[in-house]
Design a protein around this ligand. Structure first.
Ligand SMILES: Nc1ncnc2c1ncn2[C@@H]1O[C@H](COP(=O)(O)OP(=O)(O)OP(=O)(O)O)[C@@H](O)[C@H]1O
Ligand SMILES: [Mg+2]
Length: 137
């Protein structure tokens, strides 16, 4: 089956991949009609999610695509997944300031605030998939 129109997949392993994913996401957001502020929010979300993959997984993939809701709203979806260690306590990692590294612990809760929808699926020893969406208004 052909991939959905406008889907972009970026392997995530290095710092450079984070930059590539960020640029691809921003470009798609612009093409879809998001303004510069939302483009920046989406690019920041992609940076945070992909940086977590590099730091904690340590590799994975991010997919960025155009979506349409049941009621016809258009938007963008970012799916960032890895085969890393998984997250034991999702409520804990969603708290501002919780970090197992020297980070600020703001990446995941900040990403949730930047986007309209946010979902984490994770299983210990299997990996983590974070799906975020933003709708055009
Ligand atoms: N993909 C992942 N796989 C496993 N653990 C993760 C993953 N992403 C995040 N975590 C865990 O969740 C914690 C919180 O992540 P978050 O991005 O909010 O903060 P941080 O990466 O520690 O710091 P910051 O993003 O502010 O630099 C991390 O410290 C790490 O323990
Ligand atoms: Mg982080």
């Amino acid at each position: 089956m052909a991939p959905p129109a406008k889907e972009r997949r970026i392997p995530v392993k290095t710092e450079l991949d984070i930059v590539t994913a960020r640029v691809e996401g921003r470009n798609l957001a612009r093409e879809l009609g998001f303004g510069t502020i939302d483009q920046a929010r989406i690019a920041t979300a992609i940076s945070e999610l992909t940086r977590n993959v590099v730091l904690y997984a340590p590799e994975g993939e991010v997919r960025v695509r155009a979506i349409v809701s049941d009621d016809g709203r258009r938007g963008i979806e970012v799916v960032c997944e890895d085969n890393g260690p998984g997250i034991a306590d999702v409520d804990l990692v969603m708290q501002d300031g919780y970090s197992t590294s020297s980070g600020l612990g703001m990446g995941l809760p900040g990403t949730k605030r930047l986007m309209d929808e946010f979902k984490i699926e994770t299983e210990l020893g299997v990996g983590t998939r974070v799906t975020v969406r933003k709708w055009l208004r």
